[in-house]
Design a protein around this ligand. Sequence first.
Ligand SMILES: Cc1cc2nc3c(=O)[nH]c(=O)nc-3n(C[C@H](O)[C@H](O)[C@H](O)COP(=O)(O)OP(=O)(O)OC[C@H]3O[C@@H](n4cnc5c(N)ncnc54)[C@H](O)[C@@H]3O)c2cc1C
Length: 256
Amino acid sequence: MQTRAVKEGDEYVVNGSKIWTTLGNYADHMILLARTNTKTERKYDGLSFFLSPMKVAGIEAHPIRKVTGEYGFNQTFFTDARIPASCLMGEEGGGWTVAMKTLEYERGVTAGQASAYWGVAVQVDDMIDELSAIEQDGEPLLSDPIVRDDLVGFMMEAKALSLAARRMAIPALGTDYPMGLALSVKYRGTEYERRMKQYTASKQGAQSALYVGDDDAVSGGFWQRAYFSNFGATIGGGTTQVQANIVAEHVLGLPK
Ligand SMILES: Cc1cc2nc3c(=O)[nH]c(=O)nc-3n(C[C@H](O)[C@H](O)[C@H](O)COP(=O)(O)OP(=O)(O)OC[C@H]3O[C@@H](n4cnc5c(N)ncnc54)[C@H](O)[C@@H]3O)c2cc1C
C-alpha cells in the first residue's frame, strides 16, 4: 500500500499504481485505497478509501494479458492525478475498515456466482455431455466404473454447493458471522470448478494439451480455456488460502 493521496484544498493529489483492476480500462469509477498518512504505527492505519473517477488527467489504465490469452484486467497508474475530496468514503485514515467490509461482499457475490444452481449444475451437465463423447480402449469412457464414481462425486459436490448457496440467502443461518457461509462457499465453489474443468480436459488424453486456436483441440479448447480462466476465480476477491484462514480464525474461532 504505497500509493499516496495528499490533500490540497478540496482535492487529493494521487501518485502510485494499482494492479489487477478488472475491466479498469472501461470503468468510469474505481475503488482506490491510498495512503494519506505515512506515520502510523500500524500499517492498516493511515489508509483512505476513495470512489475515484477514472477519466481524469494523470490516471491511465494499461490492460494486462492473462494466461488464457485474453485481456480482462489492468494496471492503473496515477501521476499527480487530482480527484475531488468528496470521493472519500468514510473517515480519512479509516479506509481499511471500509475496504474489508467491501471485500466481504465481493466474496459473497463471487460465492453466489461460483455456487448458484445455474453456475455449477449446468457445468456438471456440460461435463457429462463432453465425456460421453469420449472412448477409452474402444469402450465409452462413461462405462468405466472409476470415472462414474468420480462423476458422482462431482455431482454431489455441485448439489452441496448449490444448497449452500441457497442457505446463504437465509439471514437466520448467518447471525453469528453474517458472511461466514459465503466466505466458505467462495473458496469451495471456485476450487471445485477448477478441479472439475481440469478433470474434463484431462480425459481428452494427448489432445488435452491443445489450446484454443488449434484445429485439433477438442471442443475448440473450451475446457482448457475454462480451466485456466478458473484460476482467476480462486485468486480474485481473496485467494483460497487466505479465505481458508479467515474462515478458520473468524468463523470457526481456531487459533492463528
Ligand atoms: C481474475 C482476477 C480479478 C481481479 N480483479 C480485481 C479487481 O477488480 N480489483 C482489485 O483490486 N483486485 C483484483 N484482483 C486482485 C486480487 O484481489 C488479488 O490478486 C488477490 O487478493 C491476491 O492478492 P495478491 O495477488 O497480492 O497475492 P498474494 O497475497 O501475494 O498471494 C500470493 C500467494 O501467497 C498466498 N498467501 C498470501 N498470504 C497468505 C497467508 N496469510 N496465508 C497463506 N497463504 C497466503 C496466496 O494464497 C497466494 O497463493 C483480481 C485478481 C484476479 C485473479
